[in-house]
Design a protein around this ligand. Structure first.
Ligand SMILES: *Cc1c(COP(=O)(O)O)cnc(C)c1O
Length: 292
């Protein structure tokens, strides 16, 4: 894993020029914003992580990395895993299998069990990590990302540039904005803009340090396959030769295109990795016979 591999390139997409910060290149598997968000584990004394989420979550490879490299025990609580996935592991789940413990919770007890884990009394060497890494420790690694961006801005004398990145929990966008003296735009991919604003407020009360939220004209339910998302995924690959991520990036690029007339600055787009997860998502598109 090597942050220096995260270069900034320029691309042309739909006749417009963008800069791309390639956090997907940090490592073929262990890359993207989850590595940044959990980077605090590297120099910590934590020995056990308790967390939860979906069995194809993009957090899984990052946990697998810190489990492997630091010998941290990762206990990942999740809903019941289908027999099909267990006998045909794929995507993020497959990467997690070797290094982290998946602990299944009966579906009807998921909410109460995750609450219980959240409130469990922990030893000094244990840490509970919120779903998606939504907590203050995440700032440590995202500060490094902000620092790399600032160095590039200075070296290239960029005076009119803003950052864009799509949000889930909003953690990456918030801590980037907090550590950058330029505009940061984002869009909600999980929930709506009211949810995202609440997420920012959880981590930072000062609204001047919040990113600017742009919304898509159409509502895309998180994780659900849409023809438009597959369409922009293919167009992006065709025009830029970069594989983007289906759940977040594709919504992000749709929103960027919808707003391109209103944004006068140059845009630095943060590629937040997660393309390993495309494997399982593309299978769903195939299964649903969604193609372009
Ligand atoms: C997790 C993830 C996000 C969302 O990050 P947040 O910090 O939760 O907003 C965006 N893009 C990709 C590719 C991700 O894996």
């Amino acid at each position: 894993m090597d942050f220096e591999k995260s270069i900034i390139q320029n691309i042309i997409f739909n006749k417009k020029k963008y800069f791309i910060k390639r956090d997907d290149l940090i490592h073929p598997i262990f890359n993207g914003n989850k590595i940044r968000k959990f980077y605090f584990l590297i120099n910590s004394n934590y020995k056990r992580v308790y967390t939860y989420g979906g069995n194809q979550s993009n957090t899984i490879p990052a946990y697998a990395f810190f489990a492997k490299e630091k010998g941290i025990e990762v206990n990942f609580y999740t809903k019941e895993i289908s027999k099909h996935l267990k006998s045909n592991p794929s995507g993020n789940y497959k990467i997690g299998l070797e290094n982290i413990n998946f602990i299944e919770i009966p579906n009807d007890r998921y909410n109460e069990e995750t609450e219980r884990i959240k409130n469990k009394k922990l030893d000094k060497e244990d840490i509970f990590i919120n779903i998606g890494g939504h907590q203050k420790e995440a700032e440590h690694g995202i500060k490094l990302l902000a620092y790399e961006i600032m160095n590039w801005i200075k070296e290239n004398k960029k005076e009119n540039i803003s950052v864009f990145l799509p949000s889930g929990t909003g953690t990456t966008a918030l801590y980037l904005k907090k550590n950058l003296p330029i505009k940061v735009y984002t869009t909600p991919c999980v929930g709506d803009s009211i949810y995202l604003k609440k997420q920012f407020l959880n981590l930072e009360k000062n609204e001047l340090l919040h990113p600017i939220i742009l919304s898509s004209q159409k509502k895309y339910h998180f994780g659900k396959p849409y023809k438009e998302l597959l369409d922009i995924y293919n167009r992006l690959y065709k025009e830029t030769k970069i594989e983007f991520e289906l759940l977040y990036d594709c919504v992000g690029w749709i929103v960027l295109e919808e707003n391109s007339k209103n944004i006068k600055e140059e845009i630095l787009y943060i590629h937040q990795g997660g393309t390993i997860g495309n494997e399982s998502q593309l299978k769903r598109y195939k299964y649903l016979k969604i193609s372009i």
